[in-house]
Design a protein around this ligand. Structure first.
Ligand code: FES
Length: 166
């Protein structure tokens, strides 16, 4: 069936999707129909996390979600985390820590970090590793990514040491 018409609410805007196939993934619709190119497609099997978005506040791999099944939901992509174009503190920390190399994994990681810190403002290093275990990065070795997350946690919780701040 290729003649579905439905609406998706993405980053607060309603998008009409026409002539859609019922089996189209949310990832595919976000990128190919709505132009939300920040959401990356890589494994398309729910293994790498590069397509991570929030659906009604829940972190999902958009490659595993049928777009037509989330017509009544609020979808947030990486673009929706900073609608005014200002970098979020997580994005800034990734840059400052050198946690971006090719950048392919970065949008999914940023969405996942925001989700983690919204739910747990002060996660332990182990909890950070566990929360991000579904986001694969082939470039960085993860050390700088974890350093970026720790910097955000310290800044948000007011525990930045003077030495680290200097
Ligand atoms: Fe290249 Fe993570 S920066 S995959």
């Amino acid at each position: 069936m290729n003649n579905l018409v439905y609406s998706l609410t993405v980053n607060g805007h309603v998008h009409e999707v026409r002539d859609a196939w019922v089996g189209e993934s949310l990832l595919s619709v976000l990128r190919d129909r709505i132009g939300a190119y920040g959401t990356k497609g890589a494994c398309e099997q729910g293994e790498c996390g590069s397509c991570s978005v929030l659906v009604d506040g829940e972190l999902v791999c958009s490659c595993l979600v049928l777009a037509a099944s989330v017509t009544g939901s609020s979808i947030t992509t990486i673009e929706g985390l900073s609608p005014d174009g200002e970098l979020t503190d997580v994005q800034r920390a990734f840059i400052d820590a050198g946690a971006v190399q090719c950048g392919f994994c970065t949008p999914g990681l940023i969405v996942a970090v925001h989700d983690l810190l919204d739910e747990n403002p002060a996660p332990s290093p182990l909890e950070v590793r566990e929360a991000l275990s579904g986001n694969l990065c082939r470039c960085t070795g993860y050390g700088r990514i974890f350093a970026a997350v720790e910097a955000v946690i310290a800044e948000r919780n007011g525990t930045v040491s003077e030495e680290a701040d200097a």
